[in-house]
Design a binder for this molecule. Sequence first.
Ligand code: SAM
Length: 316
Amino acid sequence: MKKEKAPRNRTLTVSPGERAELKKRIFYPGKDGFSLARIINKTICGDVFAIMDLLPSQFADLLIIDPPYNLDKNFHGFKFSKSSDSIYSAYLAGWFPKILHVLKPDGSVYMCGDWKSTFCLYQIMRDFTVIRNRIIWQREKGRGARANWKNTTEDIWFGTKSANYYFNAGAVKQKRRVLAPYRENGKPKDWVETAEGRFRLTCAGNFWDDISVPYWSMPENTDHPAQKPEKLIAKLILASCPENGIVLDPFLGSGTTSVVAKKLGRKYIGIEINEDYCCWAEKRLALSDTDRSIQGYSNGVFWERNTSNLQIKEKK
Ligand SMILES: C[S@@+](CC[C@H](N)C(=O)[O-])C[C@H]1O[C@@H](n2cnc3c(N)ncnc32)[C@H](O)[C@@H]1O
């Protein structure tokens, strides 16, 4: 018997009637090809490995790549199997160098992984991009292990196509609570007093502990088994894609990259092999016509975890 959804459960659902409508928005590869005009702001339903060579070259400002990790995972029928490092590296080598032709000469790439995949990711990023950094983000959710440490972090490797690249550090500032409120001549030094406490705006580092993984009471939540948080993707897009620029995600999943790009005034193209996920992405894109909010990001700053909805008014 199908379980009833709890009243506060906001996980996205798609009815059969909606599905038929949403499918009309999806781009299905056909004989007319992949000109930029045809695929811009679209979800392409298909196998990225069959499509990547046919895409236009040098149009994307940013590539956000969240491939299957080197784990056993069932993406609602599409099963990915854990293998050795060398087999996983060969899998990456089969497509990563090829997909880079879509990037502009000053474009950037982010590639996601867990601790086990990360060494293979590092090698391929080092070999084919100018590797710039590794972001580690803390995920609170995770199953405890009896004979091991619980996995509570993931990695995102950052690389660029050349030495000349776009990066806007000012767009990804973080609002942090001040623990030691230092004053100079009686006035707060680099922090502000608000009704909710004392805060400081800081530049984002490469360890992110302010991210909440989507869960059932969040409107962005879907049943995708590896969905990324909108707040996380928002940081990548704001830092590395100019307004009106184009973001491509070749493993789109539930649509997070496209949805966040749209909310932030960027253009997007997503590729996903699973038609159900493409429908979820399209429904999220449609919902973002009326709700552009990103949990944890407001007034141009990223808030600490679980302070996202505070309307913090600064004291005069
Ligand atoms: C880690 S998930 C991405 C999750 C996504 N970032 C999100 O927020 O929902 C990887 C996705 O890649 C898709 N995928 C795997 N192989 C693919 C292929 N060859 N072509 C297109 N999509 C593929 C899977 O169906 C899965 O949805």
